[in-house]
Design a protein around this ligand. Structure first.
Ligand code: GDP
Length: 393
């Protein structure tokens, strides 16, 4: 699946930068265009793979390249005012070659939190291609203001995109790790999961596959809107020479003749499907009730069989209760592992979001209280007790 990716804010820019690097490394062909947008010049300069002419600094007249801090209302205003500058960078993207837009952003800060939903709304008005969001929730230790920003941005972003794919920093952070080191690892995880998912619809070359996932299956799984989460599990395997390659095709040999035990191959797939669905999801949630799902099995062709994928798909149908579970394979020769990626779309039983909203409401009440209190305190300071003094004008 070919995407035009726009990273909004620092987290968004860094993640898209990593997607570009992943795309080059794996030759996966998913990043048709990459743009980074920010109000902070230094953040744009810190990127390595997004071309300089695709880095857009907005809000210069308001914040002079210094960023909007954690003020996401200002982030939204600035994005609204300067959306034409962002459009300028997107104008050179060959949109007819793009399957969808992906707007990536951390939701806890200011620039991306406020700007990403504004850009999504703008893109939807202009283009007919789907506009997806990839939103990163803050860790619960980041404090009330970040949680409040994220809760408000989440609500707005879901409304403006065709589907919001969510990654929750909170369930992925490790204790005792530096914040930056932690983010690097987390960003690798994000790019790996979504890279396999979107790469599945973009198989090139002469790989032999039984039923390759194509872009329309990803789009159909995401259609209908709402919130999505992604599961992943993998197992190392030994590469089988000539599996599904020219020699076996010429000799007419089947996968069973590759020396692989079909029952084992099938069982490996079903067990990876379970691990991916029941293990750590990008947004932890109850999978029961997910409206649609897509199962992608990636790996050397000899290790992917229809029976395993079909069984995994059936199991997912039972677990989610959904009638719309798609499945297919993503042949990758020389990868050294078989991986299962599961996209669960339209999830609604997500305790983490309810908790985030609760903390956000408390933070909002605290902020209102503090503001009121400081107004009263200032008033008490500048006015004499009996109100005998008058101001000049
Ligand atoms: P902005 O530049 O104002 O949009 O704000 P940032 O992107 O710097 O931060 C917003 C939120 O994104 C933070 O509260 C963090 O939760 C998260 N964040 C920041 N940097 C990264 C990163 O590199 N990776 C991930 N996964 N999250 C990040």
């Amino acid at each position: 699946m070919k995407l035009a990716m726009i990273g909004f804010g620092q987290a968004g820019g860094k993640i898209v930068d990593k997607f570009v690097e992943y795309d080059k490394r794996h030759n996966s062909g998913i990043v048709k265009a990459a743009v980074a947008v920010n109000t902070a010049k230094a953040d744009l300069m810190g990127l390595s793979h997004i071309p300089e002419e695709k880095r857009v600094l907005i809000g210069q007249s308001r914040v002079k390249g210094h960023g909007v801090g954690a003020d996401n209302e200002l982030g939204a205003e600035v994005a609204e005012e300067d959306v034409d500058e962002v459009q300028g960078a997107i104008d050179s993207v060959p949109v007819h070659e793009v399957d969808a837009f992906l707007v990536v952003s951390g939701l806890g800060g200011g620039t991306g939190s406020g700007g990403a939903p504004v850009l999504a709304k703008h893109l939807k008005r202009i283009y007919t291609e789907p506009v997806y969001g990839l939103g990163v929730l803050p860790g619960s230790d980041e404090g009330g203001i970040y949680t409040l920003n994220a809760a408000r941005s989440f609500q707005t972003f879901v409304r403006e995109v065709d589907n919001l794919l969510v990654f929750d920093n909170d369930s992925w952070r490790k204790t005792g790790e530096s914040v930056q080191g932690g983010y690097d690892e987390i960003n690798e995880e994000i790019v790996k999961r979504f890279g396999i998912l979107f790469g599945a619809g973009e198989v090139t070359g002469g790989e032999v596959a039984e039923s390759v996932v194509d872009s329309s299956e990803i789009i159909n799984t995401l259609a209908g809107g709402g919130v999505s989460t992604v599961g992943y599990a993998r197992e190392e395997v030994e590469e089988v020479q000539n599996s599904g390659g020219l020699l076996s095709r010429l000799t007419g040999s089947k996968k069973e003749d590759d020396g692989l035990d079909t029952a084992r191959t099938t069982n490996r797939i079903t067990s990876l499907v379970r691990k991916a669905a029941l293990g750590r999801l990008t947004l932890p949630c109850e999978i029961e009730g997910a409206e649609r799902a897509l199962l992608v099995m990636a790996g050397p062709p000899a290790y992917l069989n229809r029976k395993g994928i079909e069984r995994g798909r059936k199991w997912l149908e039972e677990q989610t209760g959904s009638m719309e579970v798609r499945g297919g394979d993503y042949p990758v020769t020389g990868s050294g592992f078989v991986a299962g990626v599961i996209l669960l779309s339209g999830v609604t039983n997500v305790p983490r979001i309810k908790e985030l909203q609760q903390v956000a409401i408390e933070a909002q009440e605290n902020i209102d209280e503090i503001n009121e209190e400081s107004e009263t305190n200032l008033d008490n300071l500048i006015h004499d007790d009996e109100d005998e003094l008058e101001s000049l004008f």
